[in-house]
Design a protein around this ligand. Sequence first.
Ligand SMILES: [Zn+2]
Length: 131
Amino acid sequence: MHEMSIAMAVVGQVEEAARAGGAHAVTSVRLQVGELAGVVPDALAFCFELACAGTVLEGAELVTETVAAHARCATCPRTWAVGMPPELCCPACDRATDVELLSGRELEILSVRWDDGPAGAHTREPIPEEA
Ligand SMILES: [Zn+2]
């Protein structure tokens, strides 16, 4: 499943950053997803929740920002919204050659928000477990 491998990769990257930053619990992850990245947001959200289980991301919210796909024609100065399904033929020249995709394939983590535990000087000490 495409979305599952993406979710696992995102969780892995965030986990690493969170650990390095001394995060206590990750609360939200903002992801930029291009229209042509081939990701179904609902499926990704579902897989993300599964991938987060048992990690520092457990219960984190996934916020996806969709990036509209745009293309540019090399023959004329025209740029256009590619849409879905993608229209890769220049609307002015009616040609699909020399078409450059400007955006729409993005798949990256924009930001991660986390709690780093209670504020104060004792955040780095281990918390004793109560019996
Ligand atoms: Zn054109």
